[in-house]
Ligand binder design. Structure first.
Ligand code: FUL
Length: 476
């Protein structure tokens, strides 16, 4: 009897020790991204298109009383837009289905100010139909900007308008296939009757999620992703994906732009930053800006300040009066793509052996996961600080370092330093704060036999998924 008891006891002990090892798996920290937000973050770079009556009237904010007949692109070709975005390496297109002037790029049954009333295709055209089809054809995601502010709709400024706007949203979401992102502009001005609207955000959000539960909703305060606080495309040098949203609303009631720019450490919700910027000075096309398309250097700087600072890069390429992306813009987009492709063609430390000062007991954690090129494997430290040493071929020159956190477990790293081995000792080449989805650091061309990454402070044990090193010899 006693022996049997002992066996049962040791069996229980074994179960106990299995439980113990399970307890050593890494615990998630703070607010976490949803699966949809994680997928969204991987997109990194996609196109914005501002197009409508403003394209033809040289305005940024139409008054809403423009003659719809001014909208008359002569050669509109949404396949050309999609082909351009695809070749540019973008993952989707978000179009201004309705800007503040209220003009709808589809024949909405809730408005009398639409393509149906325009001269284009004798009122039989539908830009959303053409673009959503083109996106499908080119394997791009399709997204919409629908301004709640409406300077044309007679009901704007009355309680009825909220339901009308919700109907409009529903109409778009139900009729053009999947919508990966809904862009809610926070602007809230006066309508045709001189009144402003109190927006019913819960109604608008519910309308979208009823049709497309996976759609990422953009606004100053999310819920899916947030405005980065400027229209230059620059995320903060420190950029948390969490944000305090209680008591804030999109538009005038949003947190200060400085907060949107860097997020809130330990914020109440996961609301990552999206960096929107136009390739030209204005959001809408104007012939006067044909020679003011952003330079390769400007685009590169924005890329490093958006994708390279834990943000997504939403680049506006305004369609012109013919209904095409102008050759000056598409040429620049292709130059930019080629430059990025060359710069990131070869990870110089792919498969390198990583020496880590600590390794978490979690069975999934391994230092070599940092250089395996796989986004779903990770390494974690056992404490809040750690050192990683990675050998580099001394014959290789590099000037870009990329670090990525493993975000399913939350954003953790608060500060880190990078050193290279030079003249028999480590020398500091960078000290920075947050990492998030991706942190890209640029240097003058360097060589070394080993690089050291020191995690100096972290909310909880740091969990990284990749470290990579590149030489973009042609980076402007
Ligand atoms: C702003 C709008 O007022 C601009 O016209 C533009 O659409 C920009 C992307 O968002 O809030």
């Amino acid at each position: 009897m006693k022996k049997i008891n002992f066996r049962i006891l040791s069996f229980l002990f074994l179960i106990g020790s299995i439980d113990l090892s399970q307890a050593q798996s890494i615990q998630p920290y703070g607010q976490l991204p949803t699966a949809d937000q994680l997928n969204w973050q991987e997109l990194e770079y996609y196109m914005f298109i501002h197009f409508g009556p403003n394209t033809f009237t040289d305005k940024e904010w139409g008054l809403g009383n423009e003659d719809p007949k001014v909208f008359n692109p002569t050669r509109l070709d949404a396949n050309q837009w999609a082909a351009t975005a695809k070749k540019a390496g973008m993952k989707g297109i978000i179009i201004t289905a309705k800007h503040h002037d209220g003009f709808c790029l589809w024949p909405s049954k809730y408005s009398t100010h639409t393509v149906r009333e325009s001269a284009w295709k004798n009122g039989k055209g539908d830009v959303l139909r053409e673009l959503s089809k083109a996106c499908k054809k080119y394997g791009l995601l399709f997204g919409v900007y629908l301004s709640p502010w409406d300077r044309n709709h007679p009901a704007y400024g009355t309680p009825e308008y909220n339901q009308i706007y919700a109907n409009t949203l529903r109409e778009v979401h139900e009729n053009y296939g999947n919508v990966f992102e809904q862009w809610f502009d926070g602007a809230n001005g006066e309508g045709p009757n001189g009144k402003k609207q109190t927006y019913d955000w819960p109604l608008f959000h519910k309308t979208v999620t009823d049709v497309h539960p996976h759609c990422i909703m953009f606004s100053d305060v999310g819920p899916g992703c947030r405005w980065v606080g400027n229209e230059r495309g620059y995320a903060g040098v420190t950029n948390w994906s969490t944000l305090n949203i209680d008591g804030f609303t999109p538009g005038a009631g949003s947190p200060p732009t400085s907060v949107l720019n860097r997020g809130d450490e330990d914020g109440e919700k996961w609301v990552p930053a999206e960096c929107d910027v136009s390739i030209r000075p204005g959001w809408f096309y104007s012939p006067s800006t044909d020679d003011q398309v952003k330079s390769l250097k400007e685009l590169t700087d924005i890329y490093f300040a958006s994708v390279g600072r834990n943000g997504n890069f939403l680049l506006n390429v305004p369609v012109d009066r013919e209904g095409l992306i102008h050759p000056n813009d598409s040429t620049r987009l292709m130059e930019f793509r080629q430059m990025l492709d060359k710069a990131f063609a070869q990870n110089l430390i792919l498969k390198a052996m990583v020496q880590a000062s600590t390794n978490h007991a979690d069975p999934g954690s391994q230092p070599d996961h940092l250089t395996d090129g796989k986004p779903d494997t990770y390494w974690a430290a056992s404490g809040k600080t750690a050192e990683l040493i990675i050998p580099v071929n001394p014959a290789d020159t590099f000037n870009v370092l990329s670090l990525e956190e493993y975000l399913p477990l939350g954003q953790r790293v608060k500060s880190f330093a990078v050193d290279i081995w030079k003249d028999g000792q480590f020398q500091l080449i960078a000290k920075q704060t947050t990492i998030g989805h991706k942190r890209l650091l640029r240097f003058p061309p360097l060589t070394t036999e080993k690089i050291r990454i020191r995690i100096l402070d972290s909310k909880d044990v740091p969990v990284l998924r990749e470290v990579s090193l590149y030489y973009g010899r042609n980076l402007p």
